[in-house]
Design a protein around this ligand. Structure first.
Ligand code: GLC
Length: 548
C-alpha cells in the first residue's frame, strides 16, 4: 500500500499557457512554472497534472496535438521540460501530462499524409468511410459547436471520423501500428521522467468505430496492454483516465472482473462530481449519500480521483432534468453561464456567491471523500470566471499572482496576453491575488494550505474505506468516516445554512483521544459524542483514533 503514491496524492491541474509567463511574450511558459514551484510546494500539493504541453494549432486549447514528441515552442523546449521535472522532483512533486491520443490535429503530419494519397503509410491510421455514414449526425461531444462526427475530406475524397471537433480526426485504434505508436509516445515521456498520464477521452480511444453503427464495440484489451507497457517502463507510473460513462461500465476500465486493477489506476469520479454539485445546490446530502452508496467497489489498486472544478464545463448530463434544473437555478441561472445544453462554465467561488464559508465547506467535503483530490489552479485563491470569453475559456483566465499589471502573470502589453486577466470587481487581480492572500493568515489560500497539510496527515482518506454514517441528521448534514490500518477519521459537513447537532454517541466507544484536526471554528470537545454540533456551512474533521 505504501508504494501506491497516487492514493496519497493531492493533484493540482494547470495549463502552462495561463500560469506564469517568464519571458514577457504574453504566454505562460515552463520557466514561469518552474519559478512558481515553491508556491505549489508550500501549498502542499505533490502531483502536477499539466494540460496538453505539445505543439498544437491551438484550436482546442492544445487538445489538438500536431507533434507528440515535443513541447509547444510557446512553452519552451524539451530541455526546459526536463528541468521542470528535475525541479519538481526536488520538491517531492510528481508530474503527469495529458495524453491525448483519441485523435490528432488535422494538421498533424500523419493526417496530412493520410489524406493526401491512398498509398500513404498513414492512410490506415485514421477512420474512413467511402460513403456518407448514416449516423454522422449522432454522438457529438460539443453540440452547438459541432454538427457531425463524420466529415467529408475533399483531398482524400472520403469521409473521416471525428468524435470531437472536425479538426480532430480520430486515430484508428484497431491498427497495430497506431497502438505501437501510442506505447512509444508513453515510453518517450516516461523516459524523460513523467510519473504518468491523464488519459483524455478513454471511452472514445477504445471504441472500434464502424460507419453506420453508432454503438461501437469497445477494446478493453488495449487498456490492459497499455498498462502493462507503462508499468514495465516505469513501475510506479499511473494512468488517470477521463471516462465519463454510466456507473455500471466504470469497473471495466479499472480491470478485468474479479482481479486487481490491471488497466487504469485512477478514474475521475464524474458521477460524484455532479452529485456533489447537486447536493450543494439543494443543501441536501441525499445525492452525495446516493453517490457513495451507488459507486461500484473498485478492484484492488483502483482509486477514484475527486474534483469539483476542472478545465471543462461542469457536466450535468447524468442528472435528471429536474436535478439539472435545480443546479442551474442555483449556480448557472443565466444562459451565458451554461454550455452545450448540459453544463456550467463557471469557477466554484462565483457559483457559491463568493461566500467564504461555503467555499471552504465545499472543498473540505471534496477533499474528505474517498479518493485522490484534484484541484484546478486558481481555485485555491477563489478566482472568478470571465463570461465574455468564448466557451470554456471563461474558466481558463491567467493565474492572479499580485496586483502588478496583468496580475503579475506577464509583463507583456495587456493586448498581447493570451487571455485577459480578470480585472476590477470582487474577482479582479487588484484585490484577489496570491500575494495578498499569502500575507493574510485568514485568507482562502492560507486555509487551503492548512487543509491540504491536514489531508496529508490523514492517509485514511486516500487509502482507506469511506462510509456514510447512517444516523438521524438534518438533511444538510453529512456524516461519514474513513478507516484504514492507520486509524479512523470522522467527518461532519453541513451543506445547509442552519446550525445543527447530531448524536454520534454510537461511535463514542471507538474514540481514543478524539480531536478536531480541521474545522470552520472552535467547537466544544466531542465528549460523549451525543451532541456533535456544526454551524451552517460548517465542517469538522475529527480524528477518532490513530493506530500506533
Ligand atoms: C477532453 C478534454 C477537453 C477536450 C476534449 C477533446 O474531454 O477534457 O478539454 O476538448 O477531450 O480532446
Amino acid at each position: 500500500m505504501s508504494d501506491r503514491w497516487y492514493s496519497k496524492a493531492v493533484v493540482y491541474c494547470l495549463d502552462i499557457d495561463s500560469f506564469a509567463d517568464s519571458d514577457g511574450d504574453g504566454c505562460g511558459d515552463i520557466r514561469g512554472l518552474i519559478g512558481r514551484l515553491d508556491y505549489l510546494s508550500r501549498l502542499g500539493i505533490n502531483c502536477l497534472w499539466l494540460n496538453p504541453i505539445h505543439p498544437s494549432p491551438g484550436k482546442d486549447d492544445g487538445y489538438d496535438v500536431s507533434d507528440f514528441y515535443n513541447v509547444d515552442p510557446r512553452f519552451g523546449t524539451l530541455g526546459d521540460f526536463a528541468e521542470l521535472l528535475h525541479q519538481a522532483a526536488n520538491r517531492g512533486i510528481k508530474v503527469i501530462i495529458d495524453l491525448v491520443v483519441n485523435h490528432t490535429s488535422d494538421q498533424h503530419p500523419w493526417f496530412v499524409s493520410a489524406r493526401s494519397s491512398p498509398d500513404s503509410p498513414y492512410r490506415d491510421w485514421y477512420v474512413w468511410s467511402e460513403t456518407a455514414p448514416e449516423d454522422r449526425k449522432q454522438g457529438m461531444v460539443f453540440p452547438g459547436e459541432q454538427d457531425e462526427t463524420w466529415s467529408y475530406d475533399r483531398t482524400a475524397k472520403l469521409w473521416y471520423y471525428h468524435r470531437f471537433y472536425k479538426f480532430q480526426p480520430d486515430l484508428n485504434i484497431e491498427n497495430p501500428e497506431v497502438r505501437a505508436e501510442i506505447k512509444k509516445i508513453c515510453a518517450f515521456w516516461l523516459q524523460l521522467g513523467v510519473s504518468g498520464f491523464r488519459m483524455d477521452a478513454v471511452p472514445f480511444i477504445i471504441e472500434k468505430t464502424e460507419p453506420g453503427s453508432p454503438t461501437a464495440p469497445m477494446d478493453f484489451d488495449f487498456l490492459s496492454d497499455l498498462r502493462q507497457h507503462v508499468q514495465w517502463r516505469k513501475g510506479d507510473a499511473v494512468l488517470l483516465a477521463e471516462a465519463n460513462v454510466e456507473p455500471e461500465k466504470l469497473v471495466t476500465y479499472f480491470g478485468d472482473e474479479g482481479g486487481s486493477s490491471n488497466r487504469i489506476h485512477m478514474l475521475f469520479d464524474f458521477m460524484l462530481n455532479a452529485r456533489l454539485v447537486l447536493g450543494l445546490a439543494r443543501q441536501d446530502t441525499e445525492p452525495i449519500i446516493d453517490a457513495l452508496r451507488d459507486s461500484p467497489k473498485l478492484p484492488d489498486g483502483g482509486q477514484w480521483a475527486t474534483f469539483l472544478r476542472n478545465h471543462d464545463e461542469i457536466d450535468l448530463s447524468r442528472l435528471t432534468a429536474e436535478q439539472r434544473k435545480d443546479v442551474l437555478d442555483q449556480f448557472g441561472p443565466d444562459e451565458s453561464m451554461q454550455l452545450y445544453g448540459r453544463g456550467i462554465r463557471r469557477r466554484l467561488a462565483p457559483m457559491l456567491g463568493n461566500d467564504r464559508r461555503r467555499i471552504e465547506l465545499a472543498y473540505a467535503l471534496q477533499f474528505s471523500l474517498r479518493g485522490t483530490p484534484v484541484i484546478r489552479y486558481g481555485e485555491e485563491i477563489g478566482m472568478g470566471e470571465n463570461l465574455e470569453l468564448e466557451g470554456r475559456y471563461a474558466i481558463r483566465t491567467p493565474m492572479q499572482w499580485n496586483n502588478l499589471p496583468n496580475g503579475g502573470f506577464s509583463s507583456a502589453d495587456p493586448k498581447q496576453v493570451i487571455r485577459p486577466v480578470i480585472s476590477g470587481g470582487e474577482y479582479g487581480f487588484e484585490t484577489l491575488n496570491a500575494t495578498l492572500q499569502r500575507h493574510d493568515p485568514k485568507s482562502l489560500l492560507s486555509w487551503f494550505e492548512r487543509m491540504i497539510r491536514t489531508l496529508r496527515e490523514t492517509p485514511e482518506i486516500g487509502g482507506g474505506t469511506c462510509t456514510h454514517v447512517d444516523v438521524p441528521a438534518p438533511r444538510g448534514i453529512l456524516v461519514h468516516r474513513a478507516d484504514a490500518d492507520t486509524g479512523t477519521m470522522l467527518f461532519v459537513h453541513n451543506l445547509g445554512t442552519e446550525d445543527g447537532v447530531v448524536d454520534l454517541s454510537s461511535l463514542a466507544a471507538e474514540a481514543d483521544f478524539p480531536n478536531d484536526v480541521l474545522a470552520d471554528q472552535k467547537y466544544p470537545e466531542p465528549g460523549e459524542f451525543d451532541k456533535i454540533s456544526v454551524a451552517g456551512y460548517g465542517y469538522r474533521w475529527i480524528r477518532m483514533r490513530r493506530t500506533a
